[in-house]
Design a protein around this ligand. Structure first.
Ligand code: PGA
Length: 274
């Protein structure tokens, strides 16, 4: 048993780069090549899963570069319809067509800057899974919510409502990313490993109530929020943390690869493999 009361289970480390609305085509090409090449020569790479999520316009370009590498392609969003009159939107079928394996859903920037509701995010989660995309569902409280002691209530709500009608059988295709809004980006405050560990434990406990202990032990929960080479080891070794969702540092191949390396070291220590 670990201090959170869960039997320690060996889950794999999943490291994902979220490029957000950054890069030009030339920069995306360079970044993808550097990451694919760096991963190619990295020892122990089979111990972690790695993916990058470029902006929509560069998915095809980056997908081509990643072909044959051990880096998977993911998207940052989708619209929850197969096709139709939805000007400007991108369907899960299109993402699959471009070789995407993953899609990030419920990112706090979409929740807070674009007003996405839990119900809308849930619709996306269900449609993505049905279309064959694996989901990275982001959850996390704002600074005000944390100060008001609402962290647990917010995480519970985002999980319960985000996973409505998602059956236990498909949970192996769902990753949760805990991303406290106050820790994200250049102006974010770094979370302590203890805060991260506590939140991951809340999430896993909620999962146990929703899907049972076994599913809760198996679910991969990433941490995201100012993860960089300097703090990667302490974040990734925090109890219950299974990899990272990385924004800023994922735009620099050397930094991203350094975080992957920290994930490999942690995996080796704990006997994990992808
Ligand atoms: P950050 O972003 O690493 O720049 O804090 C993380 C995220 O928003 O996924």
């Amino acid at each position: 048993m670990n201090p959170q009361g869960f039997v320690d289970t060996v889950r794999h480390n999943f490291i994902v780069g979220n490029w957000k609305m950054h890069t030009t085509a030339a920069e995306a090409t360079q970044l993808a090549k550097a990451i694919a090449n760096g991963m190619g020569v990295m020892s122990g790479k089979d111990r972690v899963s790695v993916a990058v999520c470029p902006p929509f316009p560069y998915l095809a370009l980056v997908g081509e570069i990643l072909k044959g590498s051990c880096v998977a392609l993911g998207a940052q969003n989708l619209y929850p319809e197969k096709e139709g009159a939805f000007t400007g939107e991108v369907s899960p079928t299109m993402l699959r067509d471009l070789g995407c394996i993953y899609v990030i859903l419920g990112h706090s920037e979409r929740r807070h800057k674009l007003g996405e509701s839990d119900a809308f995010i849930n619709q996306k989660v269900r449609v993505a899974l049905t279309a064959g995309l694996d989901v990275i569902l982001c959850v996390g409280e704002t600074s005000d919510q944390r100060k008001a002691n609402q962290t647990e209530a917010v995480l519970d709500r985002q999980l319960v409502q985000g996973l409505v009608d998602v059956p236990a059988e498909v949970l192996t295709r769902v990753t949760i990313a805990y991303e406290p809004v106050w820790a994200i980006g250049a102006s974010g405050h770094e979370a302590t490993p203890q805060q991260v560990q506590d939140a991951h434990s809340l999430i896993r406990r909620r999962f146990a109530r929703m899907y049972g202990e076994k599913s809760a032990q198996a679910v991969v929960i990433q941490y995201g929020g100012s993860v960089k080479p300097e703090n990667a080891a302490s974040m990734l070794t925090a109890n219950g943390v299974d990899g990272a969702l990385i924004g800023g540092a994922s735009l620099h191949a050397d930094q991203f690869l350094a975080i992957v390396r920290a994930g490999i070291v942690e995996a080796q220590t704990k006997g994990k493999s992808a």
